[in-house]
Design a protein around this ligand. Structure first.
Ligand SMILES: Nc1ncnc2c1ncn2[C@@H]1O[C@H](COP(=O)(O)OP(=O)(O)OP(=O)(O)O)[C@@H](O)[C@H]1O
Ligand SMILES: [Mg+2]
Length: 505
């Protein structure tokens, strides 16, 4: 393919002659020159049928780096790192790796819909030969795009959009991902704000202990969501999806969130509801979140009193005359009220109100240990679209952990472990299984770790038996106490009735 340089070489001498003639002509016959200008322009364009577009690095009054320029730089970095002979290496703020771009005055060609274009990186100003680490203030860089005028339509209408879109995608992939958390302001009246650190959690779906089928289902769901911009637009729905992760502590809810974020390459916003003063603050936090992010509210049952009126009444009835508990609960509720006035309706508005649609492409994840405690309004489909149960370790999940922790895919102890997990139905969280599998000293054999797990599972079986017996005992004790109280109440009532009767006589 001919480079722009070769084309220049071919047409260069013709153009140079023409330019020279035209300049001399204008000098001697300035008035005639003006009349002849259109003629010369037509003549030049006949010999040089290329169109050029410049994209400056800094444009506008505010000296802000042009987004299009950086988009082009990222777009070209892919090809230039392979093809350009002179490269420049930059570290860009917020980027996780080096960005290689072509050096000044380098040129590369690109093809789009069978049309060839030429990109050149150029620099103007500061021709002084001085040594400096920093670019001179009067130095201006730009990209020059050249293409044949017959391709004008393709370039203007489709190619430029393609470059900017691809460039943004490369930037997105290259960026350092962030984990945001909302920190309360200095005094209790000031707003809570997002602060961030680099998100570097190593969890992935490969390391997540879970049945393969369930994992695939979640991954497919995530991919489908992330590619459905047009579909969501078509059905008139904000581009977001809610997940509810529920299960006992240590079953991998937080790990799953990290795996999701790594899988989709999204940022994570970890929202601590108890430090949000009211619904207005909650809304302003939401508005500040960026697209391609996961907003997480962990332990939603502990964050707010979302159990609903109906549940509360039931609890009170159950507690009966246990006054101490009631007082404690009241104090706790009052404390919570002082800390946060976020209401259930505020939270629902946060999830699917009008504001929630701004920015697009967001995933909201709630986690809880007690799914039954939550208000049904909060977790209905449309708000929490997918409910995922994270449960105790099954045999398939154990195999993932054994592979990850010990690099073991088969062992004679596997049958015993399978029996304990599946036949005996011993409940152990993946966190506990992992802890048992983790080698405790340098060079500890995989066999030893597996034996430790078998022992721990057997102990857990005994422990579970004891817990059941204790529970039965506790239930019996509570029942007896209730009956005793009931008897006492009746006796008291009887005494009062007898007193009244005596007084009447
Ligand atoms: N399913 C799993 N796959 C792989 N590792 C797991 C899994 N579940 C738990 N773990 C391990 O156990 C640790 C604790 O898990 P995690 O914090 O994800 O549990 P959780 O369900 O969020 O618990 P909690 O309800 O207490 O917040 C993790 O660091 C991880 O290493
Ligand atoms: Mg957790």
């Amino acid at each position: 393919m001919a480079t722009m340089g070769q084309i220049w070489a071919n047409t260069g001498s013709t153009l140079a002659t023409l330019m020279f003639t035209y300049t001399i002509f204008r000098r001697w016959f300035p008035h005639v020159g003006d009349h002849l200008a259109p003629f010369f322009e037509r003549l030049f364009s006949r010999f040089y049928p290329y169109i050029q577009i410049k994209f400056h690095e800094y444009s506008g009054e505010h000296f802000k780096r042009s987004e299009i320029y950086s988009g082009i730089q990222s777009y070209l970095s892919r090809d230039s790192s392979l093809r350009a002979k002179k490269l420049k290496a930059n570290t860009t703020k917020g980027s996780k790796s080096l960005v290689l771009s072509m050096d000044d005055r380098e040129e590369i060609t690109d093809e789009f819909e069978s049309v060839t274009v030429w990109w050149q990186s150029k620099k103007v100003g500061n021709t002084r030969q001085s040594f400096s680490f920093y670019p001179a203030a009067d130095e201006k860089r730009y990209y020059m795009l050249k293409f044949h005028r017959r391709d004008r339509e393709v370039i203007i209408e489709r190619y430029l959009e393609h470059v900017v879109k691809e460039g943004k995608m490369i930037d997105m992939k290259n960026r350092e991902r962030k984990l945001y958390s909302n920190t309360p302001g200095q005094n209790h009246r000031s707003q809570t704000k997002w602060s961030h650190v680099t998100f570097e959690h190593p969890a992935s779906f490969d390391t997540l202990a879970m049945e393969e089928k369930k994992k695939e289902e979640i991954k497919n769901d995530l991919v489908k969501f992330s590619k459905s911009k047009d579909y969501y637009k078509k059905i008139g729905k904000a581009w977001k999806r809610g997940y509810l992760l529920f299960g006992p502590p240590g079953t991998g809810k937080s790990t799953m969130i990290a795996a999701m974020a790594n899988f989709l390459e999204y940022d994570v916003y970890d929202l601590e509801l108890t430090t949000v003063m009211d619904n207005t603050q909650l809304r302003s936090l939401l508005i500040e979140t960026s697209t391609k992010s996961i907003i997480v509210i962990e332990d939603i049952d502990c964050s707010l009193n979302l159990t609903g009126q109906r549940k509360k009444k039931e609890e009170e009835e159950e507690e009966g005359g246990d006054e101490k508990k009631a007082v404690e609960k009241k104090m706790k509720d009052e404390g919570e009220k002082k800390e946060s006035k976020v209401t259930l309706s505020g939270l629902l508005n946060f999830i699917d109100g009008l504001w929630s649609a701004c920015g697009g492409e967001r995933i909201i994840v709630f986690t809880t240990n007690f799914v039954d405690k939550l208000d049904p309004a909060l977790i209905r489909k449309g708000r929490m679209d997918k409910h995922i149960e994270m449960s105790y370790c099954g045999f398939e999940a154990f195999k993932v952990l054994a592979k990850n922790y010990l690099d073991v895919e088969e062992n004679e102890l596997f049958d015993e472990i399978k029996r304990l997990l599946e036949v005996e139905e011993i409940k152990m969280t993946p966190a506990d299984v992992g802890e048992n599998l983790l080698p405790k000293c340098e060079g500890e054999e995989a066999e030893t770790c597996l034996k430790r797990l078998v022992e721990a599972l057997k102990e857990e079986k005994e422990e579970a038996k004891r817990r059941v017996e204790e529970e039965v005992e506790e239930k019996k004790r509570r029942k007896e106490k209730k009956e005793e109280m009931k008897a006492k109440k009746e006796e008291k009532k009887k005494k009062i009735e007898e007193n009244v009767e005596e007084e009447e006589h």
